[in-house]
Design a binder for this molecule. Structure first.
Ligand code: C2E
Ligand code: CA
Ligand code: CA
Length: 558
């Protein structure tokens, strides 16, 4: 026997099976064939059994690495078991009529068999693990599968693909109409039909329930969209039901700078959100949304200076109430933009203004209007309450923000105790320092400082330990829901937060109070001030003046 050839091939085999960049299975076969020749093996068979029962029944998956077609008179076999009841058996045959294997050959054959079994088991296990982790319990590919496919394909290969997030329309109705069993069949068939429509390499993965994501070549998108607009799916004896979907699509084109799966997922999610929200159709392209949003933003930027000049932006006041005695104790100034076709809410224009320093112009405009109103109220002999004004984080880069605020307040002779400034938490250390200086500066002037949306985002306790805020506005996400028990995490956190803030001597305003039950909980948790729809929405000046004159909110006793 040719020792050198044996060792050379053995080494090649080991290398080919452990190649980091991916195994070339044809190469593995070729080397195995060489080895079979050297070791005088006329046939090599490996079998896999995914359970003991399968092995007993002799029904495994068979892999033949070499078969010369000759008769055999002898064989050697090797067997191994793996976790989970999986086993593998490898068997090689000796050609009849030639000299039997000697001891050295036998031991070399066993060595090769070990290698083969080890290699195949490993790839089999990987495959199995992949099948388990990439599918849900009903056998649909899952979200992880979608993510790893995108990651695997990466930048170049994704170009000219479409990523889609969709939801089956009215599937709960279909469920009711045809029953669970049939609707499971319908769902499976619909998903299969979409995957097929998506062409080779398309995948549809389930997020849960009737929510899915999909990736396919843009060449097939027309057909896929056709199916999403409605496809008759057969079920039962001879019946059909039309299934359609609401979808958000992102077209991955050359100009897209690939930035990992998350970015693509975010885009299809937001396009889907727009589709779900209605008005623009059931199938929305992220690429269009971008354009629509960009157009909207451009319009806002263009109209904003004119709006300020023409006083189209008005200040509304949302009352703050002491829940213990139902007295009005203050209000927050919020802007409302009156356009020809209705009122535009801050969420639609503030984010655009925040892209530039325009937001600062708005905030000073609002502060000025508030000061003008307070000045007038005082002259009219009204009992005025403290009004809070939002100052965007954008102002942090302004050197003279404090003087600017003071200038406006003093221009209208407003006593400082009537003004509160709402600021939001900051993210950087530099901003933190600046924030602290501003708050301290405001307080030296007798102006109140409030931290807005506390508990949202990533606010840390440092924010209230290191900065001497007068007021903490606890975000609505902390307000216990009506259905929640007192032991719920939210209730416990809320109660303790309010306690802590009171003990620290800070005023605590709870935002987003909407129901009577919430007011009851606030009272029992010792919370004092509430702002929310339960008492009032943000009101136009004249309406707010009535509340201010009335002062007291009668208890709603039903
Ligand atoms: P914010 O400062 O947290 O203001 C409270 C928001 O919650 C207001 O939304 C208010 O209408 C709403 N709200 C009040 N009570 C309830 C309730 O019971 N339930 C619910 N779900 N919401 C309630 P609005 O007026 O749409 O303002 C949105 C945001 O826009 C404000 O959030 C603030 O961050 C910003 N904003 C508004 N006006 C100005 C402004 O003049 N300058 C700056 N920088 N930001 C402003
Ligand atoms: Ca606010
Ligand atoms: Ca807030």
């Amino acid at each position: 026997m040719d020792d050198l050839a044996y060792y050379e091939n053995l080494e090649k085999l080991a290398n080919a099976m452990t190649e980091h960049t991916g195994v070339d299975i044809d190469q593995v076969y070729a080397i195995l064939r060489n080895l079979c020749g050297i070791l005088r093996v006329c046939k090599g068979v490996t079998e896999f059994f995914s359970s003991e029962a399968q092995e007993r029944a002799g029904k495994g998956e068979t892999f033949v690495c070499y078969d010369s077609g000759s008769e055999s008179d002898m064989s050697i076999s090797d067997r191994t078991t793996m976790p989970g009841g999986i086993s593998a058996r490898c068997q090689v045959y000796h050609e009849a009529g030639i000299e039997p294997w000697n001891e050295q050959e036998k031991s070399r054959i066993t060595t090769v068999m070990h290698l083969v079994i080890g290699f195949l088991s490993r790839s089999r296990l990987n495959h199995l693990v992949e099948r388990l982790t990439m599918h849900d319990e009903q056998g649909y590919k899952n979200f992880l599968c979608f993510k790893s496919r995108i990651a695997q394909m990466g930048g170049e290969k994704l170009i000219h693909h479409a990523a889609i997030r969709f939801n089956l329309k009215h599937f709960s109705v279909i469920n009711e109409e045809i029953g669970r069993e049939d609707s499971n069949v319908v769902m499976r068939r619909y998903i299969d039909s979409l995957e097929e429509a998506g062409g080779e390499g398309a995948i549809v993965c389930r997020l849960g329930g009737d929510n899915y994501v999909m990736l396919c070549d843009q060449d097939y998108l027309g057909v896929v969209i056709g199916q999403m607009e409605g496809a008759p799916i057969p079920f039962g004896e001879n019946e059909r039901i039309t299934v359609s979907a609401t979808a958000g699509i992102f077209l991955i084109n050359e100009d897209y700078g690939y930035n990992g799966p998350e970015d693509i997922i975010e885009r299809i999610m937001s396009a889907y959100g727009a589709a779900k929200a209605g008005s623009n159709g059931d199938i929305i392209f992220f690429n269009d949304m971008l354009r629509i949003n960009r157009d909207k933003a451009a319009r806002i930027k263009k109209l904003f200076p004119i709006a300020l000049k023409n006083e189209e932006i008005q200040v509304y006041y949302q009352p703050k109430i002491n829940v213990q005695n139902n007295m009005l104790i203050g209000a927050e100034a919020l802007s409302r933009w009156h356009q020809d076709d209705g009122i535009v809410l801050p969420d639609d224009f503030i984010p655009v203004l925040e892209q530039s320093m325009d937001i600062c112009r708005l905030d000073y405009y609002v502060l000025e209007h508030v000061c003008r109103d307070i000045n007038r109220w005082l002259n009219e002999g009204r009992q005025v309450v403290r009004i809070s004004v939002n100052i965007s984080r954008r102002h942090m880069i302004e050197e003279d923000i404090l003087y600017h605020i003071l200038d406006i307040i003093d221009m209208y002779d407003v006593p400082h105790e009537y003004i509160e400034i709402e600021l939001t938490e900051t993210t950087t250390d530099v901003e933190f320092k600046k924030l602290k200086d501003i708050v301290t500066g405001l307080q030296e002037e007798g102006i109140f400082a409030a931290v807005d949306d506390f508990g949202m985002g990533y606010s840390s306790l440092n924010l209230i330990r290191d900065i001497p805020w007068n007021v903490i506005k606890v975000d609505k996400c902390f307000v216990p829901l009506d259905t929640e028990k007192d032991e719920s995490a939210r209730s416990v956190m809320f109660k303790n937060m309010v306690n802590m803030l009171h003990e620290m001597g800070r005023e605590c305003v709870t935002e987003g109070v909407e129901t009577k039950e919430q007011v009851r909980k606030l009272r029992s948790h010792g919370s004092v001030v509430a702002q929310g729809y339960y008492y009032d929405r943000p009101l136009p000046t004249s309406e707010f003046e009535k509340r201010m004159d009335m002062r007291y909110y009668p208890e709603d006793n039903d």
